[in-house]
Design a binder for this molecule. Structure first.
Ligand code: SF4
Length: 468
């Protein structure tokens, strides 16, 4: 890693950008937008977020609060856990633990910095981790391995049996940093009694491990608050998703990113619910006026990403979809599968989770069920076309949101999806949905630049006569 990268801590740098961006709307609109002249390097990303109005401001303030919580955790007597995005953070609140959720923190870096996180990504390989791993963890992980961030106290993982590269990243981090490690395991099935019992036992093991690390017991009153809040935010999120079924979709495409970011960082906390409420208000307002969620209010096509979104290039992909009047209808990362989900119909209902605040046991079971259905942990734990897996979930989203085309952007780093995307695309094409497969990395623009991907999408939309 170059010497200049070692001068400042990664988490502190990201927090300071987000902090000042989140203040920009505290003044007048003119002052806020006037500020962008002086921040040319961050302008596109911040502007794309703030163009959404109140939800964007709340999102930036939420991220700022989250990063401050990480930075001040130790002085506030809290333990810090290094964990993954497909791990419900609500579980850690009643245990008084602050999570560093690697993938969202990677996303912040790649979305804010034009230079991306190449130095940190490479650093993981310099110290021995494989370069054919998922860049979602590797981006921020490089900084933590180099000691350029708050040192975690222990490591928690939720992808053993699901995603080898994700699991190995946390395993490597625990070994390299010499930290205690707990890994939740996922059997290849989801809704049978054996899998359910396994998940619930395993989850109780996680609670005991964290109690041992912190010396504190699970706070049942806080646990109940998390359960009630999770259900409330799930209901609102699903109402927004329900509105996306309308043509035109009144939901701004970037709200999907806001929804899953809020869930990954503050699932079960009031702050995430406030963002959901604000997005619902905007979406309902658009729906009442018959407007699409795009800036022009028009919808010329509808897109669904069967895998993840693309986070580099300062969020310009979202600005481009908006400019083209394409309603972005979310991706696999939005598939949390709460009982209220509009895509969970018929037999698929058995793949959902319910939040039950009755007593400690029902609350722990609820969180274990939720945890085993986090995006990716649910969809790619077994063969792509098994019940409740990638194909079933993609088909459910297609039937619900009726996209005019589907997108996949990934690399060999995600072996599970890269290995089966061609057959999945064959299935979605059979349903009459044009599907474009792109080789690109959501967190590393050095693989394929956004400009190159954009031209391919443009060509595809013309050739398949989706946009004239
Ligand atoms: S499933 Fe793919 S994108 Fe998700 S964590 Fe694993 S490698 Fe990364």
């Amino acid at each position: 890693m170059r010497k200049e990268y070692r001068e400042y801590h990664f988490d502190r740098m990201v927090q300071s950008i987000i902090h000042f961006a989140s203040l920009s709307y505290d003044g007048t609109h003119k002052e806020g937008f006037g500020m962008f002249r002086y921040a040319p390097r961050f302008r596109d990303a911040i502007q794309t977020i703030l163009m959404t109005g109140e939800p964007g401001v709340l999102l930036l303030k939420m991220i700022d609060t989250y990063l401050i919580e990480i930075l001040t955790a130790h002085e506030n007597g809290k333990k810090v856990a290094l964990c993954t995005f497909n791990f419900s953070p609500g579980v850690l609140k009643p245990l008084d633990v602050v999570p560093i959720c690697l993938e969202p923190v990677t996303t912040l870096g790649v979305a804010m910095w034009l230079r991306g996180l190449g130095e940190y990504l490479n650093y993981c390989c310099e110290v021995g981790f494989t370069e054919t791993s998922c860049s979602a963890q590797r981006g921020a992980l490089g900084a933590y391995l180099a000691g350029l961030g708050v040192r975690p106290d222990f490591v928690l993982c939720n992808s053993i049996g699901v995603c080898d590269t994700n699991a190995t990243a946390f395993n490597f981090a625990a070994e390299y940093l010499e930290l205690p490690f707990y890994q939740l395991n996922a059997p290849p099935t989801l809704v049978d009694e054996r899998a359910r019992t396994y998940h619930r036992h395993d989850f109780r093991g996680l609670i005991s491990f964290v109690e041992e690390q912190t010396g504190k017991n699970l706070d049942c009153d806080l646990l109940r608050e998390v359960i009630v809040e999770t259900d409330k935010q799930d209901e609102i999120m699903c109402e927004i998703e329900d509105l996306m079924r309308l043509t035109p979709s009144p939901v701004p495409g970037i709200f999907n990113l806001f929804m899953y970011s809020a869930k990954y960082i503050y699932g079960g906390s009031r702050v995430a619910t406030e963002i959901m409420e604000s997005m619902l208000k905007v979406s309902k307002h658009n729906a009442a006026q018959g407007r699409a969620g795009t800036t022009s209010g028009k919808e010329e096509a509808r897109a669904f990403s069967v895998y993840v979104d693309h986070y580099s290039a300062q969020l310009r992909p979202w600005a481009w979809f908006d400019e083209k009047n394409i309603s972005h209808l979310g991706c696999m990362m939005n598939g949390f599968w709460p009982v209220h989900a509009p895509y969970a119909t018929g037999d698929l209902k058995e793949g959902t989770y319910t939040m039950d605040p009755t007593n400690e046991e029902t609350m722990l079971d609820s969180l274990a069920d939720q945890m085993s259905r986090m995006p990716m942990v649910k969809q790619i734990r077994g063969p792509y076309d098994d019940p409740h897996q990638w194909l079933t979930d993609t088909v459910a989203s297609i039937k619900t949101y009726k996209p005019t085309f589907c997108l996949y952007t990934g690399t060999i780093g995600c072996r599970n999806t890269w290995g089966s995307i061609k057959i999945l695309a064959r299935d979605t094409e059979k349903m009459g949905i044009p599907t474009l497969i792109l080789f690109g990395d959501a967190f590393d623009h050095r693989i394929t630049s956004w400009e190159s991907m954009r031209d391919r999408i443009d060509e595809f939309l013309t050739v398949r006569r989706i946009l004239e």
